[in-house]
Design a protein around this ligand. Structure first.
Ligand SMILES: [Zn+2]
Ligand SMILES: [Zn+2]
Length: 360
């Protein structure tokens, strides 16, 4: 691990520890709305500190559900509170993906990462798509089978279809999502236009509470923040229960649980276009987002990943991707031939979500 990576992880962990130790009430947008209580649904995992293989400790079954939810552990009829070999292997894969010391134990650095709010899309999909990079390219990843929007659909229309569950005014939402889409059109050949008609839209954006019809229920404030589906599904859902900050400086928000809407939007649009998660902490497609943090700039890892799929905007002045489309497609076909897997995230998510339903 490079020293800069280590430093960044340390900062993230320190920030996480700060918000975990606080019970300061939250203030949602705008800043003068009375604060509401907020509780991290994953905070109880901190009780598992120091746990290692062979131990039996209450709460390990919940951690297994979490690791199953994000693709690290296979589903089981009932998870027990025993720290078995499968859990150790899952912890080690998680530690590898997040650049942590691969101890196989539930150490404090691992716990501080696990309890951070994050994207609901799994890091490993059906055991094939993962944050583990192919040799000779960036850390970015794609969904199994590398689904993309076809070249004939480079002009994509999006509609903001469900906003009644949040109190953010529509003009503010329109501006946030327009800026988020513009980050991706600036580096690729894709263009995005807002449409008022859901029927006319390739991409639909909505805020929802709890269960909302796709077997991916939201979990209230913190925990999972949002999720989006791989091409060409087009659905992008946000957890209405978050303390979303859609305008103003999120770092100045009075709530420790404040989440920057534009930062999450830029990330989820990456999924809508075909990007999976990355191990590069500075990248937009990194799975976690620290509260009260704005992260909207595409990193070189994001740019390389998306340009490999869609080509480069002629006006983009950064570096071109190092791997050609032909190389990428050849690699993908090879992967599919070896694994026999062609499913996209849509067909995999419901199975992974089963464990999540029982997470308390
Ligand atoms: Zn994600
Ligand atoms: Zn959903």
């Amino acid at each position: 691990m490079s020293s800069s990576t280590f430093s960044l992880l340390f900062v993230v962990a320190t920030t996480a520890a700060a918000f975990l130790s606080s019970s300061t009430p939250v203030s949602a947008l705008p800043f003068n709305i009375p604060p509401l209580p907020i509780k991290n649904p994953w905070l109880s995992f901190m009780n598992l500190s120091g746990c290692h293989v062979g131990e039996h400790r209450a709460g390990l079954s919940n951690l297994k559900h979490y690791l199953n939810r994000f693709g690290y552990l296979s589903a089981a009829p009932n998870f027990t509170d025993s720290f078995d070999d499968a859990l150790q292997a899952a912890i080690m894969t998680y530690q590898h993906n997040f650049g942590l010391n691969i101890s196989g134990e539930i150490d404090d650095a691992t716990l501080k990462k696990i309890v951070l709010p994050r994207c609901g899309v799994p890091d490993i999909i059906n055991g094939t798509s993962s944050m583990t990079p192919l040799r000779g390219r960036g850390l970015f990843s794609y969904f199994p089978g590398n689904p993309t929007w076809p070249g004939s659909r480079s002009e994509l229309r999006y509609a903001i279809t469900s906003t009644s569950a949040v109190s953010i005014d529509i003009s503010t939402l329109k501006a946030v999502f327009a800026r988020a889409f513009a980050r991706w059109s600036a580096v690729t050949t894709l263009n995005f236009t807002e449409t008022e008609s859901e029927l006319d839209a390739d991409i639909t954006i909505g805020f929802y509470n709890g269960s909302h019809g796709d077997e991916e229920p939201f979990d209230g404030a913190l925990g999972t923040l949002a999720h989006a589906f791989s091409p060409t599904d087009g659905r992008f859902h946000l957890d209405a229960a978050e303390a979303w900050v859609a305008e103003g400086d999120v770092t100045e928000a009075s709530s420790d649980g404040a989440v920057d809407l534009e930062s999450v939007a830029v990330h989820e649009i990456g999924h809508l276009l075909g990007l999976g998660h990355t191990s590069a902490p500075e990248a937009i497609m990194y799975p976690t987002l620290t509260t009260r943090t704005r992260k909207v700039e595409l990193a070189s890892d994001d740019v390389e990943g998306i340009q490999t799929l869609y080509g480069t905007n002629p006006n983009f002045e950064g570096m071109a991707p190092t791997m050609s489309n032909q190389e990428m497609n050849g690699g993908a076909l090879g992967l599919m031939a070896r694994s026999g897997v062609g499913q996209v995230v849509l067909r995999v998510l419901p199975a992974i979500a089963v464990g999540f339903l029982t997470l308390s």
